[in-house]
Design a protein around this ligand. Structure first.
Ligand SMILES: CC(C)(COP(=O)(O)OP(=O)(O)OC[C@H]1O[C@@H](n2cnc3c(N)ncnc32)[C@H](O[C@H]2O[C@H](COP(=O)(O)OP(=O)(O)OP(=O)(O)O)[C@@H](O)[C@H]2O)[C@@H]1O)[C@@H](O)C(=O)NCCC(=O)NCCS
Ligand SMILES: Nc1ncnc2[nH]cnc12
Length: 297
């Protein structure tokens, strides 16, 4: 049965599997700290532990307000999301490890609660469409018509039209549904284990996600550099190429040299794994018992 413990546990596990996947170009992993001098693996583990209980709070809040119109829900959820951000910052000594993940997994946990409260089986698409309904109009309200840019994300929308985490959520995690989850399912159906499947997901996200973190540090050329390199690796066979891990390690070195980090793609990697738990597809290793496979309440 889908409940608070299961949703929060999957959210925490998603953050751990993301940070422990290695190598990850430009990102913190088990081998190095990527292009970061203020974050390491232990800090991400502490951050994930601080976030986990809040995912249960968001699920319960969504379930308790399951009949509130989606358009009215985000303003009531946001203060709790900001409290979770503060808990994350306390755990990291003020370093922003998972701001994007708090937003994405917070929305998905609350959406799971809303569907559970309505007695609706929660599959990946259903969750994503519920998040899209909750975030409807968010980009126009906060990025197009908002006041002066207070964050990198808001500035990059003005400069390049990149909607970042808000746009991804308002689209119902379209990048995850179009690129992340299909890559996961193809890799699992081909017999790859979870690690290789996550590498396939990451490569597809690097190739197609409009990651504002890359642009914030390296300008639009950094985004184009990463997308071009990732697409070339996909053409060369992706995780089926014999030298795939060596090529990922090479891209890692190149991104560290450029001091660029795809933090948004790391978040969507965690979101992809989280959503794979709600899959209706038995061959993708969702690891669920039949009764809970569709997230049946
Ligand atoms: C809605 C907000 C979260 C928007 O925040 P912001 O205005 O900052 O907008 P974005 O830049 O668009 O998003 C913030 C983070 O989201 C991740 N991200 C970036 N691009 C994408 C994308 N295309 N799709 C999905 N997610 C994306 C990214 O987060 C990750 O990277 C951060 C770590 O990397 P780092 O380079 O270290 O980042 P910095 O420390 O900022 O840079 P340096 O100084 O080190 O160089 C980490 O956050 C990762 O998660 C973006 O950073 C926010 O305004 C908001 O409302 N938050 C409140 C919570 C809430 O509303 N919750 C509701 C549900 S509970
Ligand atoms: N592993 C990671 N390294 C750097 N930034 C991140 N944001 C989310 N996960 C990350």
């Amino acid at each position: 049965m889908l409940d608070t413990r299961r949703v929060a546990g999957w959210g925490h596990e998603a953050l751990i599997r993301e940070v422990e996947l290695s190598p990850k170009p430009g990102l913190v992993d088990r081998f190095n700290n990527g292009a970061h001098d203020d974050m390491d693996l232990a800090m991400f583990r502490a951050s994930a532990a601080a976030i986990e209980p809040w995912l249960g709070v968001f699920f319960r809040f969504g379930r308790s307000e399951c009949d509130r119109p989606a358009a009215d829900f985000l303003p009531r959820l946001r203060p709790q999301g900001q409290a979770c951000e503060r808990a994350m910052l306390r755990a990291t000594g003020g370093v922003n490890t998972h701001k994007g993940s708090v937003f994405a997994l917070g929305l998905l946990s609350a959406a799971a609660g809303r569907l559970a409260g309505r007695g609706v089986a929660a599959d990946a698409d259903g969750l994503c469409l519920e998040v899209a309904a909750i975030c409807d109009g968010l980009v126009a309200r906060e990025l197009r018509d908002g006041g002066p840019a207070a964050t990198a994300g808001e500035r990059l929308y003005r400069e390049h039209g990149l909607p970042g985490a808000r746009g991804e959520a308002a689209s119902g995690f379209a990048t995850v549904r179009r690129h992340g989850l299909p890559a996961w399912r193809r890799a699992r159906a081909a017999g790859h284990g979870e690690e290789a499947a996550l590498h396939a997901v990451l490569l597809n996200l690097l190739a197609y996600n409009q990651d504002t973190n890359l642009v914030a540090r390296g300008g639009i050329s950094a985004l184009h550099f990463v997308q071009t390199r990732a697409r070339a690796l996909l053409v060369a066979g992706g995780v089926d190429a014999a030298d795939h891990l060596a090529e990922m390690a090479r891209l890692d070195r190149e991104m560290i040299e450029r001091h660029i980090s795809p933090g948004g793609s790391a978040d969507l990697l965690a979101v992809t794994w989280f959503l794979s738990r709600f899959s209706l597809y038995p061959d993708d290793g969702a690891g669920l018992g039949s009764s809970a496979r569709a997230g049946v309440v």
